[in-house]
Design a protein around this ligand. Structure first.
Ligand SMILES: [Fe+2]
Ligand SMILES: [Fe+2]
Length: 387
């Protein structure tokens, strides 16, 4: 089989970049996590299945559990289920799709220009407004495309946890999340197709996380990876873009989605708090702490946005130079703030932020606001206002 040059280059760069992550994981003695991540990493970083295939079949292995007693003994979950039933919305009729969106209108940008990692470069500053707006269009399409791919992962993860979770109240709630995530896939896809008219492939690092949590047989890791980490981060990113965008359809759409996502993260925290408090061996806790940390590294790597570098900047700068630019960018600052605000407090709440793992987060500058409120204390309004 002949591998196209660009794909081969990208594969080699992916491997070189992931090398330090795997080496550090080995140094941390994180072998159990490495073992479960190697398959997804091979499929995501080397085979790049999310980019090279139209449809990716995935073999899954986990247990569904039936509850024949139909016990309704989880009042927290019941409250969320009731709230979810009342908050359903219809993307087709509740959003005004007749709004005309010009993604390259520099007076009303989808995302602010200073959000672009290249905003500080002299070559960018000299560009005419329309060309700057074209780059903002690419960045907005890339970000929203990753949201779309994440939503597809969330849809399947919600199906899996609904089957696997042992409590009936959690299954009932889960059924509403399946509908929510289906609606999110519908909505982001429609916005990308009909308004931005540009969709990017899934980022390799995001593929690895989704593959890892889908193919793992432990249901609590599906909760941890999707409900706490990916959705926590998405919530922060949605809140940020909701605040900054001047495009009214996207603003309204994100307000609806944030309200749903707030419930999803809340659900993950309640479920994991319960199951982890009920009993994890020291070894199991350690594995979960390490898994969460590796996922946070992959989540950060996704923000390197190499798809954008390949498309517009590979001729101007090396991937290493691009990465430096990203590390100092407003986008990376947003990632860190969001991890502080929306993910770390929840990891702490479910008991996965022990003294042993804290230094690793500290090293990445991710512990600053660990005392902020966790999901159960936050209202949808807090999240919409990005408080
Ligand atoms: Fe969602
Ligand atoms: Fe969600």
């Amino acid at each position: 089989m002949r591998i196209p040059a660009l794909k081969l280059t990208r594969t080699l760069q992916n491997l070189a970049e992931s090398g330090p992550m795997f080496r550090e994981a080995v140094e941390r003695g994180n072998l159990a996590t490495l073992k479960t991540m190697l398959g997804p990493a091979w499929r995501g970083l080397v085979q790049q299945r999310g980019k090279s295939e139209d449809i990716t079949p995935m073999d899954l292995e986990y247990q569904a559990s039936f509850d024949w007693k139909y016990r309704r003994d989880q009042p927290d979950m019941t409250r969320l289920y009731e709230a979810a039933k009342k908050s359903q919305w219809n993307s087709t009729t509740d959003l005004d799709w007749s709004i005309d969106v010009d993604p390259e209108n520099h007076l009303k940008p989808i995302i602010p220009l200073d959000f672009l990692p290249v905003a500080g470069l002299d070559s960018f500053k000299k560009l005419p407004p329309r060309e700057k707006a074209q780059q903002a269009h690419a960045m907005a399409s890339w970000l929203l495309s990753q949201f779309l791919h994440g939503e597809q992962g969330a849809l399947f993860a919600a199906c899996q946890v609904t089957e696997a979770v042992p409590w009936l109240d959690a299954k009932l709630y889960g059924s509403t999340q399946v509908v929510d995530e289906g609606r999110h896939v519908e909505t982001f896809n429609r916005y990308l197709e009909s308004k931005l008219k540009k969709r990017y492939d899934i980022n390799d690092n995001l593929y690895v996380i989704i593959d890892a949590l889908m193919s793992d047989s432990r249901w609590d890791l599906k909760f941890l990876g999707m409900q706490i980490m990916i959705e926590g981060l998405a919530l922060g990113a949605f809140g940020f873009i909701h605040m900054k965008t001047m495009e009214p359809l996207l603003k309204t759409l994100l307000r609806y989605v944030i309200t749903d996502e707030a419930r999803h993260v809340h659900y993950g925290v309640i479920a994991l708090q319960k199951v982890y408090a009920e009993g994890l061996t020291e070894k199991e806790r350690r594995e979960r702490e390490e898994w969460a940390f590796e996922v946070s590294v992959l989540l950060r790597n996704r923000f390197f946005a190499h798809e954008l570098w390949e498309e517009g900047y590979a001729a101007q700068m090396s991937r290493k130079e691009w990465d430096q630019l990203i590390l100092g960018s407003e986008m990376m600052a947003m990632f860190r703030r969001t991890m502080f605000k929306r993910v770390i407090p929840n990891l702490k709440r479910i008991g996965l932020l022990s003294e042993r793992i804290r230094p690793h987060y500290q090293q990445h500058g991710l512990l600053e606001y660990e005392h902020l409120p966790a999901a159960p204390e936050l209202t949808a309004a807090d999240l919409i206002e990005d408080r």
